[in-house]
Design a protein around this ligand. Structure first.
Ligand SMILES: Nc1ncnc2c1ncn2[C@@H]1O[C@H](COP(=O)(O)OP(=O)(O)O)[C@@H](O)[C@H]1O
Ligand SMILES: [Mg+2]
Length: 274
């Protein structure tokens, strides 16, 4: 029997792309509701693949994944879409529609998925404006509500992406390298914002980070991933320098932080599950 407080349970999850590309190689993981955890590990370790399994846009090749006590393998169609709406994902590259006003990108959270710019714009009924305003206030940029998204800085755009997730109001927030393209001071502000949101709303928060320092400073549980496997899953005080060196052996520990450039418009639809 699963614990009622359990959000995710993964047993021996493997993901193989094509015939030989092993992205995840036997992941066992339990995440309780309201937990905050950071994933760290070198590029290519499997972090994004794990996020895609956690937000149900990919299925394991083998192994089991339960979300809210539900075996994800059994979900299709409507029930799968309903489950996905309970998960808000924030990406490194924002995935905002650049030429739309901030308000429309934020209200896209209501859809639980991306749609055409036209349908995003049709969302802005007066009642929705209040919702968008409140979310933008929470992330500290309420004054930008009617600005064009592509006129904002990288850090402001990442706040818009967070506001969109607030409007979605999911049970789980997944953030895949949300601060890799902003400067270090801003990175720590945004990570703190995510932590504050998780604490005040008791939402489960899973964040992958390039910065080991940020992971160790803000998260009570830090998971190291390399070559598709979990190498440690510990509180930060138990993580030694030797463990970190092992995790990143032969890889750069951090990428240089740069202010994000504006990405081209990239509305995404949920890919069909594979
Ligand atoms: N769609 C895909 N097709 C083939 N290989 C993939 C695909 N997605 C990821 N991979 C491979 O799986 C491994 C893990 O990738 P990824 O999960 O993106 O790692 P990370 O996010 O830690 O950098 C890498 O070797 C990558 O090339
Ligand atoms: Mg990645």
């Amino acid at each position: 029997m699963n614990d009622l407080q359990q959000q995710y349970r993964l047993e021996e999850v493997r993901k193989v792309f094509g015939r030989h590309q092993i992205a995840l190689d036997g992941i066992d993981l339990n995440v309780q509701r309201g937990e905050k955890l950071a994933l760290i590990g070198p590029s290519g370790a499997g972090k994004t693949t794990l996020f895609r399994l956690l937000n149900c846009t990919l299925r394991p090749t083998t192994g089991k994944l339960w979300l809210d006590d539900c075996d994800v393998e059994s979900l299709h169609g409507k029930r799968l879409r309903a489950m996905r709406r309970q998960i808000g994902t924030i990406y490194q590259q924002h995935n905002l529609v650049q030429r739309l006003k901030v308000v429309h990108n934020v209200l896209a959270g209501q859809l639980g998925r991306w749609s055409t710019p036209r349908s995003l714009m049709s969302l802005a009924k007066p009642a929705d404006l209040g919702l968008a305003h409140k979310a933008l206030e929470q992330v500290g940029i309420a004054d930008k509500i009617f600005e064009r998204t592509d006129e904002l800085s990288g850090g402001q755009q990442q706040r818009v992406a967070i506001a969109r997730v607030l409007v979605q109001d999911p049970e789980v927030i997944l953030a895949d390298e949300p601060v890799s393209s902003v400067d270090p001071t801003l990175a720590s502000t945004i990570v703190r914002l995510l932590i504050d949101i998780s604490e005040s709303t008791r939402k489960t928060l899973i964040v992958s980070l390039h910065s080991v320092d940020l992971a160790l400073a803000y998260f009570p549980r830090v998971i190291g991933i390399s070559h598709g496997s979990i190498t440690f899953d510990l509180s930060p005080d138990k993580i030694s320098e030797a463990m970190l060196e092992g995790l990143y052996a032969g890889n750069d520990r951090e990428q240089p932080a740069t202010e994000a450039v504006n990405e081209p418009a990239s509305p995404i639809a949920y890919p069909s599950i594979s």
